[in-house]
Design a protein around this ligand. Structure first.
Ligand code: AMP
Length: 483
């Protein structure tokens, strides 16, 4: 179902991965490979837009990268030495094809294609203003406001128009923009979402995660810095810092769950950080037990860390089928429940009679934990102790990680003791927020946290204009006049 209601924030939120290649013989094939490595960041739809002398070419479709870009004729229809691509997932309403990125528009400066990872937290307010001024939106994606802001900017040069557009935007964005004047990569001033740059021969690539560089054999060069804009064209590569400088707040959840363990995020190996998280968790919340069992795959590195630090043997007590999508992504609660049963199975011969420490990366709605604890009990576990490699998720993310509304977060509804009862575990413990920072090699400065940890602390590093406006509306207050 499509929505035309810009106030429905469910329909504007998404979670994504982006990739670009400049100066490659067949840029689209590089992008397809890069997106394949980023598939975990979004599995509902994928798209690639390329540029050659004849103009822009685009293929966008629902489904996986492999299904959409595995045929020669599809890649051949995306000619050119420069291309950008996008994988996404979002709630059902917004999976419509018109929201699949890269988005494209013909502007006064020529064609403009954009791929975005993040979420613009004042998109609805901007959209209302633009609508009133005559902008006609083609999608319900928050990203489209960037296109209209660029299109309507009073500046004459394209780069100035883009900067003008982005200074009006709040929230999180890692952006790849394909224009006739060059390929532009940009990260929001706080660097909430990741973006890295690499090279293979004379080809420059940009990606959400380093794992997408590895897949094509590209060398990691550096992160695109918070607030940095990089343009690559025939004149070479230039970097700008057009925004007011701010202390960076990269997303901590990339390390907890979102990034692949073989990626390096903010200069830290995600695998190492997850193992460290497990070790700190063992220190903070040790328990007498016979085996440490990860909820696969997301709990595996933390469980290895927990086992090594505690001396309790690591065992694969749950086997995961790799032919089922992530439970979280299924659109309805009924399917989500079914998904968990399809996805995991207890290794009963191992579990019987044992005291089990179960490790998972996070509890969101509690669906997975409830099922898995029961699965351990059905398999004959003597005790089940759940340990979670992140603090309780008490707040929604408004920066591009698809979390349910606050009321559906288990930790927003009850304390840890009640959660233990709810999931029927003998004990339940989470790593502390300070412990999490320690595991990442930091010391959390409570007055000015070095990362975005809003999902755990509620400390949002930007304004959340749409949320506040919406609340104001719901409470019968009149919206502030939009300028
Ligand atoms: P839940 O079953 O709702 O408690 O969700 C927790 C499970 O979902 C954990 O096993 C996580 O690995 C996974 N998860 C956590 N956050 C996300 C997210 N934003 N997107 C997809 N899966 C997630």
């Amino acid at each position: 179902m499509l929505t035309t209601n810009p106030y429905d924030d469910d329909k504007l939120r998404e979670e994504c991965g982006i990739f670009a290649a400049w100066n490659a013989d067949n840029a689209a094939s590089f992008v397809a490979l890069g997106l394949h490595a980023l598939q975990h960041r979004g599995q509902e739809a994928a798209g690639i837009t390329s540029l050659d002398q004849s103009g822009f070419h685009s293929h966008r479709a629902q489904g996986h990268v492999a299904g959409n870009f595995d045929r020669d004729e599809v890649i051949r229809a995306l000619p050119g030495r420069t291309a950008i691509g996008h994988v996404r997932y979002s709630t059902t309403g917004s999976s419509a094809l018109r929201n699949v990125q890269p988005l494209f528009a013909e502007l006064a400066d020529g064609g403009f294609a954009v791929a975005h990872n993040g979420n613009i937290s004042n998109a609805m307010k901007l959209r209302r203003t633009l609508n009133r001024r005559g902008s006609i939106f083609q999608s319900t994606s928050d990203t489209e406001v960037v296109i209209h802001l660029v299109a309507t900017s009073a500046h004459t040069q394209l780069l100035d128009r883009i900067v003008d557009a982005l200074t009006q935007v709040e929230g999180a964005y890692a952006l790849l923009m394909l224009t006739e004047q060059g390929l532009i990569a940009c990260r929001d001033p706080l660097g909430i979402r990741p973006l890295v740059m690499g090279r293979i021969g004379d080809t420059v690539v940009f990606a959400s995660e380093t794992v997408a560089l590895d897949v094509i054999g590209a060398r990691y060069e550096r992160d695109v810095g918070p607030g940095e804009m990089v343009i690559v064209n025939a004149d070479g590569l230039r970097s700008f810092r057009p925004f007011a400088s701010a202390s960076p707040r990269p997303c901590i959840f990339e390390h907890v769950y979102f990034s692949r363990p073989d990626s390096v995020v903010d200069g830290i190996s995600v695998y190492e950080s997850r193992k460290n998280i497990g070790a700190v968790l063992a220190e903070e919340a040790g328990v007498e037990a016979d085996i440490v069992v990860p909820v696969p795959d997301s709990g595996v590195p933390a469980a290895i860390g927990y086992a090594q630090a505690s001396g309790i043997p690591f065992e694969l007590g749950i086997i995961r089928s790799h032919y089922v999508g992530r439970t979280f992504i299924q659109p309805s609660q009924e399917v989500r429940h079914l998904g968990v049963k399809l996805k995991h199975n207890a290794n009963s011969a191992l579990i019987k009679g044992k005291r089990v420490v179960l490790i998972d990366d996070s509890i969101v709605r509690g669906t997975t934990s409830l099922k898995i604890v029961q699965m351990m009990r059905d398999a004959g576990a003597r005790e089940v102790h759940m340990r979670i490699a992140s603090p309780p998720t008490r707040h929604s993310c408004f920066y591009g990680v698809d979390t349910p509304e606050r009321a559906k977060l288990l930790a927003a509804q009850m304390d840890v003791e009640a959660m233990a009862k709810y999931i029927n575990a003998d004990s339940l413990a989470f790593i502390s927020i300070d412990g999490l920072y320690r595991a990442l090699g930091d010391h959390r400065d409570a007055a000015a946290p070095q990362r975005c940890d809003a999902c755990f602390t509620g400390d949002y590093p930007t304004r959340l204009t749409d949320l506040t406006d919406k609340k104001a509306e719901e409470s019968g207050l009149k919206l502030a006049a939009v300028s």
